[in-house]
Structures are given as C-alpha cells and as structure tokens.
Design a protein around this ligand. Structure first.
Ligand code: G4P
Length: 191
C-alpha cells in the first residue's frame, strides 16, 4: 500500500536494528484517514472470503481492526491483556510471549463473543515474531471458530513471524514490509 509505505519511510524512526517507531500515525497518535485506507486495503485482499468478525489485541491493533470491521460491517473484537473484573462470564485465554518486550501476558476474550460459526479475520499493527497473531489464532481455535486470514499493517520481514503463521496454514497479508532497519535506515522489501 503505497501511501502507508511512503508514510513509514517519511515518519518512521529507527530506534535500533530491530525496532521501528511509528508513534505519529499508528502507535500513539493515530491518523484515522490512513487507518481507514488501511482497513479498506485489508478488506479488499480478503473480499472473496467469508468473514463474520475481526479480531485484534489491545491496544495498537484496534485502530486498523476497527476500520476493517467498519468496511466489512461486522463486529470488531479485541483480546484484553488482563482479565477485567467486569468479565464475570466464561472466557478463552492463552499466554502470549513478546520477544520484543520480553514479557508474557495472559490474554482473554469472553466466550460470549466468539463461537464455532465465526470466520475470523485477525488484524494487528506489527508482525515481528508472530506470537500475538498466533495467540489470537489459538483463541479462535479454542472457540472452534475458523481463522480466515491475518492482516498486518507493518511486517518486519527480517523476523520470523510470517514463516510461523504460514506454517500454520494461515493466509498472511501485510501492507508494508520492512526488509531491514540496518544503518538507521528503513529499507522496504519492494524498493
Ligand atoms: P509478535 O507479536 O509478532 O511476536 O511481536 P512481539 O511480541 O515482538 O511484539 C510485541 C509488541 O511490540 C507488540 O505491541 C508489537 O506490536 C510491538 N512491536 C514489535 N515490533 C515493533 C516495532 O518494530 N515497532 C513498534 N512500534 N512496535 C513493535 P504491544 O505490546 O501489543 O503494544 P501495543 O499494541 O499496546 O502498542
């Protein structure tokens, strides 16, 4: 997606050889118009597939996911990183390890919002090691629902996330693929 790729090149700040900061439009301040277009691009890719629900994880996955759900006219569900006291009904849970942050969190979704009839499009902001998307896929399987595919805003192609998701048989779309962050420069896959 050319507008997104240009934005990553222009506004992305390389923190180190592995981390790209995109706080001006995705991870802190959100460019709603760009996210609207991101949502449309993801939906266009999966338009022939049956989708009844969009699933993401708080916090930064919510903006692109809600835009995709708006275009699809289906609900957007987000996994919570801590079980809130208000979640009194039964819930599905799984542990997700972040290699980037070196933390493991137990993420939850209420059983009320996912069942075996659901066809789920998973969306996240970054694909690095694939752990967040794999965790969401496990939650979908816990409900005996079906994962239709995975839509990612920014993929770091030098990390193994895509391979891990594809080895699970998942259809992965990413709108901007970063080949390298070496030398303080963002190098995209198709440049
Ligand atoms: P993975 O899900 O692909 O395995 O990624 P990983 O565990 O390494 O990433 C954990 C968190 O760090 C996720 O956010 C992910 O979006 C974010 N992340 C990974 N690589 C980058 C990067 O290069 N730049 C930025 N800005 N974020 C990155 P999170 O902990 O869920 O945070 P948030 O959604 O609450 O913002």
């Amino acid at each position: 997606m050319r507008t997104l790729q240009n934005r990553v090149k222009e506004d992305g700040i390389v923190i180190d050889e592995k981390i790209l900061k995109v706080d001006s439009f995705l991870n802190h301040q959100i460019d709603a118009k760009l996210m609207y277009e991101v949502g449309q691009a993801i939906v266009d890719h999966f338009k022939e597939k049956k989708i009844t629900k969009v699933l993401t994880i708080e916090a930064s996955g919510i903006a692109p996911a809600i835009m995709a759900s708006l275009h699809l006219d289906v609900p957007c569900l987000f996994a919570k990183k801590a079980k809130p006291s208000t979640m009194t009904n039964e819930f599905y849970h799984t542990d997700i390890h972040s290699f980037t942050k070196n933390t493991t969190s137990t993420v939850v979704i209420s059983k009320q919002f996912l069942d075996e009839d659901d066809h789920v499009l998973i969306i996240d902001d970054f694909l690095a090691n694939g752990e967040a998307s794999l965790g969401l896929h496990r939650l979908v399987r816990s409900a005996n629902a079906t994962t239709t595919g995975v839509g990612i805003v920014i993929e770091k192609s030098f990390q193994p996330g895509r391979e891990k998701l594809q080895s699970e048989g998942l259809d992965v779309l990413s709108l901007c693929q970063v080949a390298s962050l070496a030398g303080n420069k963002v190098k995209l896959v198709d440049e």
